[in-house]
Design a protein around this ligand. Structure first.
Ligand code: GLY
Length: 257
């Protein structure tokens, strides 16, 4: 038996104003775990709640691209070896629900039109996603949950960065870069996607924890891979169920265990 735990973040660059929304998502996911729900249910529930929060950069609050479109990315990884992601999906308020359905398919990732057509086969409704007109921060939401069976699930969702071209993909849906789930540790990143992608930090942080390094020290090591003017943050859930967030900027995060 493992102690259940959850940790969530609302994006690097987001301030105290967005803390209540993150706390609410964490509490919602935690309630699922306490009721005996799986880590998958808990992480998805928390991310859906944050995707529905127009202040956060995911789902409904996704950033508007240079052509006026709202294209969203989301990904899930589990410690039992599954991965599912969508990139540049349009007309979808909760892209994490589409990524979830890919977890058990023999594909890992779907992009753009193919992702949306896959969602159509699941009866996930097409909705116009207006996106955030007045963004208050830049980046991404994430949740990591562990249930009593020891299943760990990392789930992340983003609207990308304002003004980036259509078709651009940041770190969020990229395995090892924007998220990673090792046997006993999950890590999710937030920040400038191009910089994060180049450093592949989530798998490297997980490896450090897995080889006996302290989880907070490992996250700080991750932060130190970036110049201080590059906004970046991480959350992680460690082998003892400890949830922690570290950023080189403001970043609302919270945990329950
Ligand atoms: N970190 C999310 C993005 O750059 O798209």
């Amino acid at each position: 038996m493992f102690d259940p735990a959850i940790v969530c973040h609302g994006g690097a660059g987001h301030g105290a104003k967005d803390q209540p929304g993150v706390d609410e998502a964490t509490s919602f996911g935690w309630a699922k775990l306490k009721q005996g729900g799986s880590a998958l249910e808990a992480a998805i529930a928390a991310v859906v709640m944050m995707e529905n929060d127009p202040s956060l950069n995911a789902g409904t609050g996704g950033r508007i691209r240079s052509d006026g479109s709202v294209q969203l990315d989301a990904a899930i990884m589990t410690n039992d070896g599954r991965f599912g992601a969508v990139t540049c999906i349009e007309q979808t308020k909760n892209p994490i629900l589409v990524a979830e359905k890919i977890l058990d398919k023999k594909i890992n990732m779907l992009a753009g039109r193919g992702a949306r057509e896959f969602a159509d086969t699941l009866d996930i409704p097409r909705d116009e996603v207006e996106g955030s007109i007045n963004p208050s921060g830049n980046d991404t939401v994430g949740a990591i949950a562990r249930d009593s069976s020891g299943l760990i699930v990392v789930a992340s969702s983003t609207g990308g960065c304002t003004g980036r071209p259509p078709g651009r993909i940041g770190d969020t849906p990229l395995i090892g870069a924007g998220l990673w789930c090792g046997e006993f540790v999950g890590v999710s990143a937030t920040g400038i996607g191009e910089e994060i992608t180049l450093k592949m930090p989530c798998v490297r942080i997980s490896d450090r924890v897995s080889t006996g390094n302290d989880i907070a020290a490992s996250l700080n090591w991750g932060i130190n891979q970036f110049n201080s003017d590059i906004e970046v943050g991480f959350i992680a859930l460690g082998p003892q169920g400890e949830g922690i967030g570290v950023a080189n900027t403001k970043m609302p995060w919270s945990s329950e265990s």
